[in-house]
Write a protein of this length. Structure first.
Length: 80
């Protein structure tokens, strides 16, 4: 990683970090805190899953993308 950072500092490459996460309208809450004998519920409805892809560099420039399609290497890899 230090070599990549050095190459970016020399202006030879643009270095970005990437992460993806998905969200849907049906919560997964395996447990909660309530008084004994009290039952809590969370209203939800079925929705399409939204996938969010974030790409950020060391200067904190963020590019975010939202998609309903699965995020995998075919979506990520840019081909020339």
């Amino acid at each position: 990683m230090s070599e990549l950072k050095q190459l970016e500092d020399e202006g030879k490459i643009d270095l970005y970090y990437l992460d993806e996460s998905g969200f849907c309208g049906i919560p997964c809450v395996p447990y909660g805190w309530q008084d004994i004998g009290e039952y809590l519920s969370i209203d939800s409805r079925r929705t399409k899953r939204l996938n969010v892809l974030g790409i950020m560099n060391r200067q904190n420039t963020l590019h975010a993308y939202v998609s309903e399609q699965t995020i995998n290497s075919d979506v990520i890899i840019a081909r020339k």
